[in-house]
Design a protein around this ligand. Structure first.
Ligand code: GLU
Length: 496
């Protein structure tokens, strides 16, 4: 369909999908969904074979799937403009590079690394601080503009190594409108004659990216700000081909809470997982990560915060993307996580928890006990796996007692706990419920004229091993009389 929006996420499989990359994918996806018939395309930019990381492509695909972003065209579900992996499109880049040479927009260059180095040194000595292979210096180098044509042909026929370079105009102001940043301009004077085809026959990012965006009929290029400085080179390439460039939108950087760009190192320092895979392994809620990332640099313009992927796709507009960097607030992510986590029923959470528990060798009780335990716990944790830590006492007797909590086990604790034990021992099963358990505790503290915590804390330690957790009386009801008495006895014995 003419005029339909087509956007692409074009990661290089040089590493696992970074959280910033995932946000770029998400904004592309949301923009596609915000437009009638909009298409979200995945293109793997794997021309840099030295930096290729095994498994990275699978990781990218799995991450998008986990978030619920459906790829409309990509390596796994190709449309009409494939292949969708650049390594499978090599011949195309050769054709297009040749086309530019024939049009006089690019040229073959045969200079060795040494020769280029010498040129740089020579120019530096004569006072040029940043020498380039450009409109001036290309005149004195070994290329198809300076060598006689038959010699060029001879060198090509002999299989001599060459690169193809773009003839960057000497003095030109390159302007474009960025949908986020507004008017942008660059001077061509600062640019090298860009290498388009490398001596190993592989295209550079610039050539492959432009050729593919054109052939894949991409209407909007939405990518991170770090690519802004590549855009003038791309615009020159579009001009050289005589093609209409797509619209451009450069997303703000993701910033670390302590300032500066959220680099891998910074993120690690601040305990922020960097790779999407880490969020998957750490059992974050995908809806939470999506919602959080959508708001990392964008907002719908009112004070609403909770939106599903589908809603976001309806609300998203590029003109509401911020220009300034967006600070990664991990607490906010956990807040989203709690929301999406708590929204699920105990039954759903129980099914999800089972494989997680199994992987950690924790055996869970049957659903009759598990579901009420989850209901008691879920408002106190942020992530599903934390149910296992905080709720461990539901599934097994405490093996040890939390050290900090033990500070609250005082000289009079054993006496108070035994007295309480004496009272509840007399209960029959039907009496063993939260309200009566609480009443008995009140009786004991009143009789002894001590504060609530004097008994509550030691009792919690004895029953759960921890200093905090869900409502103690409801927890005891759920654990049942035998278990509670057994644990109190064990604590009295061990803690005296
Ligand atoms: N392959 C580039 C990357 O790794 C693509 C940049 C772009 O979107 O043009 O991010």
């Amino acid at each position: 369909m003419e005029g339909t929006v087509r956007v692409r996420f074009a990661p290089s499989p040089t590493g696992f999908l970074h959280i910033g990359g995932l946000r770029t994918a998400l904004y592309n996806y949301l923009f596609a969904r915000s437009q009638p018939g909009g298409k979200f395309i995945l293109r793997i930019e794997d021309t840099d074979q030295n930096r290729y990381v095994e498994g990275a492509e699978e990781d990218i695909i799995r991450s998008l799937e986990w978030c619920g972003m459906k790829v409309d065209e990509g390596p796994k579900n190709p449309g009409d403009v494939g292949p969708y992996r650049q390594s499978e499109r090599k011949e195309l880049y050769h054709e297009y590079a040749k086309e530019l040479v024939e049009k006089g927009e690019a040229y073959y260059a045969f200079d060795t690394t040494d020769e280029i180095e010498q040129m740089r040194e020579r120019l530096q000595k004569s006072g040029n601080p940043s020498p380039k292979y450009d409109a001036v210096t290309r005149q004195s180098m070994k290329n198809s503009l300076t060598l006689p044509q038959d010699e060029v042909q001879k060198r090509l026929d002999a299989g001599e190594e060459f690169v193809v370079r773009l003839k960057v105009p000497r003095r030109e102001t390159i302007r474009f409108e960025d949908l986020i940043r507004g008017h942008v301009s660059f001077e061509s004077k600062g640019l090298d004659d860009q290498v388009l085809l490398k001596s190993d026959g592989m295209p550079t990012y610039h050539l492959a990216n432009v050729v593919d965006d054109h052939l894949m009929k991409i209407t909007h290029v939405i990518r991170g700000e770090e690519w802004l400085s590549s855009t003038p080179k791309h615009i020159l390439l579009y001009n050289a081909f005589g093609w209409e460039p797509p619209k451009m939108a450069h997303l703000p950087l993701i910033m670390s809470p302590s300032g500066g760009k959220l680099s891998k190192r910074k993120a690690e320092e601040e305990g922020i997982p960097v790779n999407t895979g880490a969020y998957i392994e750490q059992h974050y809620e995908p809806d939470a990560l999506v919602n959080f990332l959508a708001f990392l640099g964008w907002s719908p313009g009112d004070d609403s915060e909770i939106h599903s992927l589908e809603e976001l796709g309806r609300l998203f507009t590029l003109d509401r993307v911020n220009k300034g960097g967006a600070v990664f607030n991990h607490k906010k992510l956990l807040w989203y996580n709690e929301h999406y986590f708590r929204e699920q029923s105990a039954a759903v959470l129980a099914e999800r928890l089972k494989p997680i528990a199994k992987a950690r060798n924790i055996s869970l009780p049957d659903d009759d006990h598990l579901l009420p335990a989850i209901s008691l716990l879920k408002d106190r944790v942020s992530k599903i796996d934390e149910l296992l830590n905080m709720g461990r006492f539901f599934f097994e007797d405490p093996k040890e007692y939390d050290k900090n909590a033990l500070k609250k086990w005082k000289d009079d604790s054993a006496g108070l706990v035994s007295e309480y034990r004496g009272m509840i021992e007399g209960y029959d099963e039907s009496q063993f419920e939260a309200a009566s358990l609480k009443k008995s505790l009140e009786e004991v503290i009143n009789k002894n004229e001590v504060g609530f915590g004097k008994l509550m804390m030691p009792l919690r330690i004895a029953v759960t091993g921890q200093g905090f957790g869900p409502d103690l009386f409801e927890s005891m009801e759920l654990l049942g009389k035998d278990t509670v008495l057994r644990r109190i006895d064990a604590a009295l014995e061990r803690l005296g």
